[in-house]
Design a binder for this molecule. Structure first.
Ligand SMILES: Nc1ncnc2c1ncn2[C@@H]1O[C@H](COP(=O)(O)OP(=O)(O)O)[C@@H](O)[C@H]1O
Ligand SMILES: [Mg+2]
Length: 343
């Protein structure tokens, strides 16, 4: 198949820890036609969505060793139409660029985009999980979202627990996530001012959330492929740190999903598939869902190492199956149309 990765520059890859590189390598080993591009290289030429791509030279046999493969990679620079690919993996780093989604909108009916443009748009910030609870399915901590300071102060004051979490709606990588103690009223006022007030006349939404006990033991990252868990790990936060993000110094250790964690995956899985969120990383603390990471989730390298697996194989197997099914249904339709046309 023809595969395009929209990502960060090749030179920015750290070969030892990069999840996307594992997926690229797997495609190369299988002999798929493979191209890379970055967001600023998307373009429209003569009314067709294209990208300035780096195409892997099909004549060069890829090394089985990932680091050697990375070093030896040779590219041909070419402008190629997006709709000429079977799969586009959207692997750019957060924050999500709205214009990139608009480029992808123009080919979303022709190409399998992972993750789906509509799903990326819908689940890109923390509102996706903030409004998820319902009777019988309390899978996320109770959550409040607002930019009204007095209201949020009241929420904190009236909450029975001593500790809550405050975070910006559009944050990522653990930035701006803090634990607030109800007794520290002055701090809370000042923090709310700081979080809500933006540049100029802008203001920001703030999330207030029940603090989930056990967060100091770390969180669990589960990679979900087509609604099913394919691997997990526990991330233990650094000493004196409330956030488990690897960017905030967290360390990865082996984890086997508990029955309750599997239940959360089972409840969430069908929704993810329906929303076109085929490959995501979910974060669980104490069996509560904290976050769904839909844009370029990581963790493949750590889970591979801890569980002695190669998750990239399962991901590319899945993509091949999806593409096979799509092309079969296209061919079938063409053949059946012909029967009717000629009747
Ligand atoms: N409700 C919560 N209770 C306890 N810890 C939390 C809670 N929400 C976030 N955290 C901690 O902060 C980290 C980052 O929060 P998260 O909501 O995942 O934001 P980000 O998008 O920045 O990763 C989590 O991995 C967890 O360690
Ligand atoms: Mg997170």
């Amino acid at each position: 198949m023809n595969v395009l990765f929209i990502m960060y520059p090749w030179e920015a890859i750290t070969p030892a820890s990069d999840s996307t590189l594992r997926m690229i390598h797997e495609c190369a080993i299988r002999g798929h036609r493979l191209a890379l591009t970055t967001a600023p290289n998307l373009t429209i030429r003569d009314s067709t969505t294209m990208a300035f791509c780096r195409m892997f030279d099909p004549a060069v046999k890829p090394s089985k060793t990932i680091e050697t493969f990375y070093k030896q990679a040779k590219f041909k620079e070419q402008m190629l139409p997006l709709a000429g690919f079977d799969v586009i993996f959207m692997r750019a780093n957060p924050p999500l660029d709205a214009t990139v989604l608009n480029f992808l909108d123009s080919v979303k009916d022709d190409v399998l985009v992972v993750n789906n443009v509509l799903g990326l748009r819908e689940a890109n910030n923390k509102l996706y999980t903030a409004a998820m609870n319902g009777p019988g399915a309390e899978i996320t901590p109770r959550t409040w979202v607002s930019k009204n300071k007095e209201y949020l102060q009241r929420v904190i004051r009236e909450n029975t627990s001593q500790k809550m979490i405050m975070k910006p709606l559009n944050g990522f990588g653990g930035s701006g996530v803090i634990v607030i103690e109800k007794t520290a009223t002055q701090n809370i006022n000042s923090l709310l001012d700081f979080y809500i007030s933006g540049k100029g006349n802008e203001s920001n939404y703030v999330i207030i959330q029940d603090y989930v006990e056990g967060a100091d033991q770390g969180d669990v990252r589960v990679l979900m492929l087509h609604g099913e868990p394919i691997g997990a790990m526990r991330r233990v936060p650094a000493e004196g740190e409330a956030r488990s993000n690897v960017h905030a110094g967290g360390k990865a250790v082996k984890h086997v999903l508990t029955a309750e964690e599997k239940r959360v995956c089972k409840l969430l899985g069908p929704k993810l598939v329906k929303d076109g969120l085929f490959f995501v990383g979910i974060d669980l603390i104490g069996e509560k869902l904290i976050e769904v990471n839909v844009l370029s989730p990581g963790g493949i390298v750590n889970i591979n190492r801890l569980n002695k697996v190669k998750l990239q194989k399962r991901i590319i197997d899945w993509a091949e199956d999806m593409v096979r099914q799509q092309s079969w249904s296209r061919e079938r339709r063409v053949a059946l149309r012909k029967t009717v046309d000629e009747a």
